[in-house]
Write a protein that binds this ligand. Sequence first.
Ligand code: DC
Length: 232
Amino acid sequence: MLVPDIIIAVDGYSSTGKSSFAKLLAKEFSFLYLDSGALYRGVTLFAQENGLIAADNAIDLPGLEKALESLDLHFENVDGKSMLFTGGRNIEKEIRTMKVSSQVSPIAAVGFVRAFVDEKLRGFGRDKRVVMDGRDIGTTVFPDAEIKLFMTASVEVRSQRRFDELQAKGENPDMAEVMKNLQERDYIDSHREVSPLVQAPDAFVLDNSSMTFAEELAWVRGVIQGKFGILE
Ligand code: DC
């Protein structure tokens, strides 16, 4: 399907399958896929490794703000997959662990961290033809994105997806802990002061609790065609 040069913003709750779906869309339309959450995870890993998060979870804000001035985070294509790097180090695997997941939401609630990430994201989207997933892409990062999708699914379905994902990566997750972490992240992401997770008024809502990828794709084609007319 030939689509115009647009930005597709995919926002929504954790583990709704945003990234898998955004990757699928990017492949389908030959767009670039960009995972904004990876950058928040990268900042979190960096903060953990540099002792900027204390045992009581307090963040050394002045230390972090200073350190961000020289933090390099960028995506590189490795075997056809977009992976997050800092300098020459591939950190894609480390940013997906429970350790990072459990501390990323407070880090993502810090105003200067969001400004750091937003600037990078806007640079990545300058030439359009990107599918970017996150929490505030359609509201804050690209409020003029031509297509905005808002994804949701039941907490049970989302917890099972996250559990399976962690298991597939060789972790040994506890279902109750996974669900608790998801609910905590939903709460912090939706209630923070800066750019909270909210549905943009012009977003199309996709509840994929019981949808296959093929059904999701058919749905989004309908959305795009509704907006731009019949495309090739
Ligand atoms: O999508 P994810 O689970 O990898 O995101 C990790 C965290 O980053 C999530 O708890 C919320 C935060 N995030 C955000 O605040 N804004 C974004 N655009 C993307 C992610």
